[in-house]
Design a protein around this ligand. Structure first.
Ligand SMILES: [Zn+2]
Length: 205
């Protein structure tokens, strides 16, 4: 009987251990993040590269919002360094775009004073407005393509965690709403060109 109890406890501890590790970066991801200092941009993955495009189509996973996680802080700084780098200047970027399949995005808050680039962990869209916001979109991972996307919601209600470990909820609208929708799509392996294909199909029907 005691042996059975021991096995049950052992399996329980084992499952907890594997669970907690999957909420964090893998060894390979940690190596990629730590390869350079926090001011160095990371390489942007492109759909024109076969290996890169396979990763860009994968789903990202949950990251534990632990304020004591120094690798997470280091990654957040490198993600901002990448999106503000002159070679890849944009208004937003998602972790898969630098090869890290974790639910982390960076959005330039054009609706705030000083237009800061902010990091969001595990962002989820809870509500979409019926009103649309047609917007020409581009993507750092899709070189030389800029086109109209017509099915973004004007306003979305989002929930997310931040680097301070707290959970937040807010509504964002207009162009900032479009940026959030674009970056959150990346976490599901969706690219803006997919929406264009959908729109083309609808027009044909
Ligand atoms: Zn993009």
């Amino acid at each position: 009987m005691k042996l059975v109890q021991f096995i049950i406890i052992f399996l329980f501890v084992l499952s907890l251990a594997s669970c907690s590790s999957s909420k964090n970066f893998s060894t390979l991801q940690k190596e990629l993040i730590r390869k350079e200092n926090s001011l160095k941009p990371m390489r942007v993955f492109l759909i024109t590269n076969k290996q890169d495009s396979l990763l860009l189509r994968k789903k990202s996973t949950y990251i534990k919002p632990n304020p004591k996680n120094n690798i997470l802080k280091h990654f957040a700084q490198r993600l901002i360094a990448t999106v503000t780098d002159s070679a890849s200047l944009g208004v937003g970027i998602a972790a898969p775009q630098v090869g890290i399949l974790k639910n982390i995005i960076c959005v330039q808050r054009l609706d705030k004073t000083d237009l800061p680039f902010e990091i969001y962990l595990n962002p989820v869209i809870k509500k979409y407005s019926v009103k649309k916001r047609p917007c020409p979109e581009g993507c750092l991972s899709i070189p030389n393509t800029r086109a109209k996307t017509i099915d973004r919601a004007f306003r979305i209600f989002i929930e997310y965690d931040k680097l301070d470990g707290k959970h937040y909820a807010e509504s964002v609208d207009d162009f900032v709403s479009v940026i959030f929708q674009h970056e959150i799509d990346h976490l599901h392996g969706i690219l803006f060109i997919d929406h264009l294909l959908e729109e083309t199909k609808k027009t044909k029907d």
